[in-house]
Design a protein. Sequence first.
Length: 550
Amino acid sequence: MTDDFENLSLGNEKLKANDLNGAMYHYHSILKKNKNNVQLYLNNFDLFCKNKITKQNFYFLKMVCEYYFEDNYVHHQLGFKKALKLTEFYKTYSSSNKSISNLINFEIINDKLLHLILKKCLLVDLNLEQYLRRLRKKLLKKFLLERDSHFFLKIYFFLIAFAEQCFLNEFIYSESEEEISLLSTLEKKIKKEKKLCEISTLILSLYKPLNKINYLKINLDKYVSKSKEFNEFLKFVFIDSKLENEISKSLKSLSNFSNKTSKLMKLQYEQNPYPRWRFAARPVQDQNFKLFVESLTKTELNKNYFKHPEILIAGSGTGRQILELSAFRNSQICAVDISKDSLVYSIRKTKELKISNIKHYHIDILDLELLKKKFDLIVCTGCLHHMENPEEGLDSLVRVLKPGGIMQIALYSKNARSEIEWTRKYIERNKFSVSFKNMKLFRDKMLASKNKNFIFLRKSLDFYSLSNFRDLIFNYNEHTFNLNQIKKLLDKKKLKFLNFNSINSDVMKAFKTHYPDVNDENRIESWSKLELNYPKIFFGMYNFWVTKIS
């Protein structure tokens, strides 16, 4: 314990001196023995994400990276770019004129860190994607034509990690005609096998979801591997979906979803639940709700208010937001969504994580009064702009928000989404229908194109999984706004604007440079002017807090 206090003190001193390596070293010394200090655990991961890789700290950062990526309690995607630079793939790619001629490179394929990245992140790197697509084809041909079982046993753990990545990104990589033909041969081979062959199953699962292949279900249902990793793989790609099917049977709908746009959005998010996630940061438990809201809204609340917060997540999707909000002292959460499949995913994940202060409802936002409850906090950060009439959706939210209650809203910015709007119109003009095949083909078209709009969208995280990609540019319905429209809407609904949520420090610096005499950093009019000069500052949406005027 004395060592922990000493390391914490030394780490804090190093951090004050901006010595990130020194601070991380002392914090990591504590965390190696004890992960229970959640705040320190998360803070040190944040330092890892910020730190620069040098020759001197390379192996230390790789050790820290593996420590976090072996664990399941951080948002691994935040560390993806840094982690990738610590892999053998990156080292080889950078030193070979940015091309890898020898696809079967065991140093790359059997790199432990690459395996962890494949299991826990979407691969937001086109060079790695291109390498894996070429390698996938090579492995399929090698398996069918060479029958070298010894070789595939040598890359067994890589195959598991790669198959998990393909399931995570929803098989977004398209197949060549040659691969389609080879796949047909592979499936004929598998159908003849009386016992389940792990290698052939893994090769197949680089291309297709096992939970959708009927002829495999009997073998998969009763199969238990000697390999812990293969059993974990089966849980992720097969068993979890069986659990979700059981949960779905008991989830009742409160709405009849008669609105035309509601029906379309329901269909979309049941075909493609959003957002896809596997692991997330563990929250600091038993948080003070009042202090949390005040820190984000920059507004002082009544000290007796929010002692037993009632929270509504409107458009909760697959449930990622629930994790943080569930940690508040004495809180009760209602999570509602239009997509039954998204809710079922959320229910499974919250049970898995032993979150008990949550109830899920399959309901249209237009019908929220059916819940017969009022809420202290409403979080609605992804669905108003997909409704037929967003103002009607906001009306429904306001009706169930208590006087003085707080609401977090997110809406798409017209200025920030110009490339997306152009692409959506391009899709409409060229009559690309929504299907898995068409979306993958269109994505390939974007990858091959020099069109500046497509090049810009390739930088988005949403470009790298099928559900996210559909949400990005194949969404059935979306509205965009500017800040002046939002101000008028808030005034009309008697909602007072409080603060933007988590403005980037560089953006805030730009705001203060342009408006040094503006005392109130939350004036919508000033931000509206700034956005004209910097149209991408709200690319991730206008995300802001309001309160209901008593």
